[in-house]
Design a protein around this ligand. Structure first.
Ligand code: FAD
Length: 288
């Protein structure tokens, strides 16, 4: 339970952090809230020789509105997302999903950037980001680039981040006013990762689904965008037959591992149950 030795660096600017990570090379890792990385180091599943703490870089914090989009700094904590008035009004699914992460202690320290950059299929925010069509802004020694969340996740703990790159912020177009949303998560107890979870954002027009987007958590090596399921629902009135068909389509793209959260088939079925619940709650919240 004791990590290997490492050198600790605390740069004051993004520029310094990028230079440090570039100079220190592959043995260096960015440190955000430390609530995924430090446990991995204690278990000796990660053994970086240098930690570059991003906590001293003020520019990476906060939630703001910019040109009709919401921009969230990577070092914004999950606790801050739960309580952001701006998110509560504009993109409430982010506050709802954040509140289902772990427990208050973890949420006080854990950041949105760490949660989405980590690449752990158990993390809750990546599927929500897929559902919302978010864009990640990353900076490295080669400059800045933007990566769609939907193209970011390549495998368990493998993402499109190049070595030394820092995720600086997440940009999300505000969903239409009156949209319905829900994040439904099955967990064994408070503080647990999802057995399966589903994120839904939809709009209704004259009792028919006008748009729909669905993300799934922890039922594959990466978060999943359930495109076929969403397509089935568009134009429907979310009647039982359409929901059943969509649930089957969503279940079909899952490939969970059997683990201490249950056998693979159970977790697939639970993804379907979470999706049906999320659709029902999103429908109740949507204004035509
Ligand atoms: C008991 C417990 C229960 C938990 N339960 C849940 C849960 O239910 N749902 C859930 O989603 N999470 C859960 N977590 C994880 C928690 O949300 C973490 O805080 C989060 O996954 C990582 O965020 P962090 O800020 O702590 O990142 P860190 O642990 O500091 O970093 C994680 C990884 O991301 C990299 N990284 C961090 N920030 C950046 C950046 N800006 N740019 C580039 N790379 C970066 C780091 O180098 C590292 O590889 C739990 C954690 C604990 C300890």
């Amino acid at each position: 339970m004791i990590p290997g030795s490492f050198a600790y660096h605390r740069p004051k600017s993004l520029e310094d952090a990028v230079h440090l990570l570039a100079d220190l090379g592959e043995e260096a890792r960015a440190l955000a809230g430390g609530h995924s990385l430090i446990p991995m180091m204690k278990l000796r599943l990660a053994a970086p020789e240098h930690l570059v703490d991003l906590a001293g870089i003020g520019d990476l914090k906060g939630v703001r509105e910019e040109g009709g989009d919401i921009v969230i700094g990577a070092m914004t904590t999950q606790h801050e997302l739960v309580h952001s008035a701006l998110l509560g009004t504009k993109i409430p699914i982010l506050s709802e999903a954040s509140l289902l992460i772990a427990d208050p202690q973890v949420r006080y320290m854990g950041t949105i950037g760490g949660n989405v950059a980590n690449g752990d299929p158990g993390n809750d925010m990546p599927a929500v980001m897929l559902c919302l069509g978010a864009t990640y802004h990353v900076v490295g020694k080669g400059g800045e680039r933007r990566v769609a969340a939907r193209e970011f996740y390549e495998g368990a703990y493998f993402t499109a981040l190049e070595p030394g790159e820092i995720l600086t912020s997440i940009r999300i177009s505000v969903p239409a006013a009156g949209h319905g949303y829900a994040y439904e998560k099955l967990k064994r107890k408070i503080g647990d990762y999802a057995t399966a979870a589903a994120a839904v954002v939809l709009t209704m027009n004259a009792d028919k689904v006008a748009s729909c987007s669905i993300g799934l958590t922890n039922v594959a090596e990466t978060p999943l965008l359930a495109e076929e399921a969403a397509k089935i629902l568009i134009g429907s009135s979310l009647d039982a037959a359409a929901v059943k068909k969509a649930v089957a389509a969503a279940e079909a793209i899952t490939s969970p591992a059997s683990d201490n959260r249950g056998p693979a088939r159970y977790r697939t079925k639970m993804a379907g149950v979470m999706l049906a619940r999320a659709l029902s709650r999103a429908r109740l919240r949507a204004r035509a």
